[in-house]
Design a binder for this molecule. Structure first.
Ligand code: PHE
Length: 467
């Protein structure tokens, strides 16, 4: 089987694809929002620690599993454990999570596409805040807008996955990722010249623990899973297209660093605009879809900046979307012997249907309440009840991804044979000396961290903040 397996054309191809999976709405849409909410500074530092001590070890574990077995998650766990062993369930969980996450991810990606279109048609010009808020309100509740763009996003995602590893995924990430990076740099160049830039840098990096709570710390940890695409087998799947002697350590670290750099750049693009136009940093669902259009409507050349920004957001979402669909499709290709065409189309259409309730979620409540529930998504319930979108998001980010990450860490640290594991880790890398530390992090630090996330999710850690 290994002999005929598709592989990346180059190591750069893998790095771009894995970074493409990691860099997405989580970096540009969510990270600045939770940074704003948690007061910047310390929160960012804690997030970086979470990435280094929890995220990176799990990423290496996932790529290790994929690269060793040359199989997608379900087959990979089966190959590395005994017959009938329950570890295979971790692979299954990943496939289920791929369906769940992509079904609502596609809806937000659809907003990014819609806003790209609105910028192209100069729809924000001469609008004031109230009009722009109303515009987002209308988008959010409109069945046609949400369904239409959801279908469009899924169609593009399916088309890319249909092309296969080299001609689909790799070819497109080679175009989209550099484009994304250039667009980010251009936007950053603009942000640097704005008067709010200094304040934005200070806000993002200066130590300020004022607004940081224990829940905020755990939010940083939980976000580390989502933003690095961990816990559901995306990195196992992408790792399975690596050659067995590709460098595990250097590639993982590169992907982690790229993801982090883009998240920080997003803060340094969004906050200067927010501060310069006197808007509030906490309102970040609004930051992207309300504040940014307002800023663009007031900036010279704003329509063009708007197109660039929302195109960038769309690209980021697309390279993540294809990794999600690839996890689902590769299961049917590896385990059921389906053709790629059949697998990509069937999974893609199933996800499209599963996403319909999320696409219609906006219409189920009044605007004020929806806005609140949306800003509290990926975190705690706002008390008004979840809609479908929030529910999927909550389930995946707070439970499924950390749970998957925990199992993957435990599996590699305690289950996979020590000698083979050590040899595998050290193959093709100059950083073999990190092996011992990697195992210790997987054995102890990751499990403790994930259990804390769970205790927080069920509200047991509230006493830390005196609530
Ligand atoms: N990492 C992506 C983001 O930050 C989301 C994602 C999660 C993609 C899980 C794949 C798997 O937007």
């Amino acid at each position: 089987m290994t002999g005929t397996r598709a592989h990346w054309g180059s190591r750069l191809g893998f790095i771009l694809a894995a970074a493409g999976s990691a860099v997405g709405l989580g970096n540009i849409w969510k990270f600045p929002y939770i940074t704003g909410e948690n007061g910047g500074g310390w929160f960012v530092l804690i997030y970086l620690i979470c990435i280094a001590l929890v995220g990176l070890p799990i990423m290496m574990a996932e790529i290790f599993i994929g690269r060793t077995t040359q199989l997608a998650p379900v087959g990979a766990f089966r190959a590395l454990s005994r017959r009938g062993s329950p570890w295979v369930l971790t692979g299954w969980l990943g496939v289920v999570v791929a369906f769940v996450v992509l079904s609502y991810y596609s809806v937000v990606a659809g907003w990014a596409m819609h806003y790209t279109w609105l910028s192209i048609t100069n729809a924000f010009a001469a609008h004031d805040q109230a009009a722009i808020n109303e515009l987002f309100g209308n988008v959010y509740v409109s069945p046609t807008v949400n369904l239409g763009w959801h279908v469009a996003f899924m169609a593009i995602t399916i088309a890319i996955v249909l092309g296969g590893v080299q001609k689909g995924l790799e070819r497109w990430v080679r175009i989209l990722m550099p484009a994304l990076f250039v667009l980010m740099l251009v936007m950053l160049g603009r942000a640097v010249t704005m008067e709010g830039f200094g304040r934005a840098v200070e806000f993002t990096f200066a130590p300020n623990a004022e607004n940081l709570t224990a829940a905020g710390v755990l939010e940083a940890l939980g976000h580390a899973f989502f933003t690095l695409s961990l816990g559901m087998g995306a990195m196992i799947t992408y790792g399975s297209y690596l050659r067995r002697d590709d460098d595990l350590v250097a590639t993982s670290v590169t992907v982690g660093v790229l993801d982090t750099v883009i998240a920080l750049m997003a803060c340094l693009i969004l906050f200067p605009i927010t501060f310069t136009f006197g808007m509030q940093e906490e309102r970040t669902v609004g930051l992207i879809f309300m504040n940014m259009p307002l800023a663009f409507s007031q900036m010279p050349g704003g329509a063009l900046w708007g197109v660039l920004f929302f195109a960038l957001l769309t690209f980021a979402a697309l390279t993540s979307g294809i990794s999600l669909l690839e996890v689902a499709a590769s299961y049917f290709i590896d385990e059921r012997g389906w053709t790629r065409r059949r697998a990509a189309l069937t999974c893609g259409i199933a996800i499209l249907l599963l996403g319909i309730p999320s696409a219609l979620s906006g219409g189920t409540r009044l605007f004020g309440e929806q806005f609140q529930s949306l800003t509290s998504n990926l975190g705690v319930n706002d008390g008004a009840g979840f809609n479908w979108f929030d529910f999927f998001d909550y389930l995946a980010s707070n439970w499924m991804l950390p749970l998957g990450g925990l199992f993957i860490a435990l599996f590699v640290a305690w289950r996979v044979g020590g000698a083979a594991r050590e040899a595998g880790f050290k193959t093709g890398t100059r950083f073999g000396g990190l092996y011992w530390g990697w195992i210790q992090l997987l054995r102890y630090v990751v499990p403790i961290a994930v259990i804390l996330v769970f205790l927080n999710a069920i509200g047991l850690l509230g006493f830390l903040d005196g609530t």
